[in-house]
Ligand binder design. Structure first.
Ligand SMILES: [Ca+2]
Ligand SMILES: [Ca+2]
Length: 256
């Protein structure tokens, strides 16, 4: 009898653990929502592999590997360094996020990531205002041909986490997981003839400083998601594999 009761207790405890795992998974960021992810930790020659394995490897032109926010990052000289990520005519749809870390060194007109310039579907860039510390974002959709424009101050010489999240209704622009600006927007992001580029734009406006942990997702990340990515890094924030966890848990239940 004691053995049976012990077994039942173990099964109950296991089921509770299983329930907790499911609950925890409810808030997790779905790894399948990552369209492209450049960590710069696995650079080979001039190739910055797309860690999402969707094949959008970046072609590094001049930018150099340095110690980053997490592992390695790229440093851009403000003259002619860039990463060409391809993705021309890519359909980003009507839910979309971009996240990255940057440590810029100031100076006017510097593009961080975009797929064009004045007619770009999205363009995150520093202007000349406030000594080049004001980071703008332009977005365009099939429902809004005139550009949506948001801006926030990003102090130089220190790492900051930047996130843009669009859910088909609202765009939120986050600095260090705090929403600094937002506006209404509807429609699908327009397709661009230009590639996704990190470190300059089609003008060109050359970025100077460091960039690390860049990802594009096909969902609108919320504040909690962005906080998780900021605290854990992209790889750990997305690393939870539900199927593996369940297999392990079921195996331990059956063992009783
Ligand atoms: Ca150079
Ligand atoms: Ca990195």
């Amino acid at each position: 009898m004691n053995t049976v009761r012990a077994k039942l207790s173990l099964i109950c405890v296991s089921l509770i653990i299983l329930g907790l795992i499911f609950t925890a998974q409810g808030d997790a960021i779905d790894p399948k929502s990552v369209v492209a992810m450049w960590l710069f930790d696995d650079v080979k020659g001039d190739s910055a592999p797309d860690a999402s394995k969707n094949g959008h490897d970046g072609n590094i032109q001049g930018a150099e590997l340095v110690e980053g926010k997490i592992g390695k990052a790229l440093t851009f000289d403000g003259k002619d360094d860039l990463v060409d990520c391809g993705m021309e005519e890519y359909d980003f749809g009507d839910t979309f996020s971009v996240v990255l870390w940057l440590k810029h060194i100031g100076g006017d007109y510097r593009a961080v990531i975009n797929n064009g310039y004045t007619d770009a579907p999205f363009d995150i860039r520093f202007g000349r205002e406030d000594a080049g510390t004001r980071l703008y974002v332009i977005m365009r959709t099939d429902k809004r041909a005139d550009r949506l424009l948001l801006q926030m101050l990003v102090p130089p010489e220190e790492w900051h986490h930047i996130a843009l999240a669009y859910d088909g209704k609202t765009v939120n622009y986050y600095l260090d997981a705090s929403s600094e600006a937002s506006d209404d927007l509807t429609g699908s992001i327009t397709k661009a003839a230009d590639p996704v580029v990190i470190g300059t734009n089609a003008l060109p406006e050359w970025y100077s400083g460091l960039i690390d942990e860049v990802a594009i997702l096909n969902v609108a990340l919320n504040k909690n998601d962005i906080q998780t990515i900021m605290n854990k890094g992209l790889e750990d924030a997305l690393a939870v594999d539900l199927s593996d966890t369940l297999t392990t848990t079921w195996a331990s239940i059956k063992a009783y």
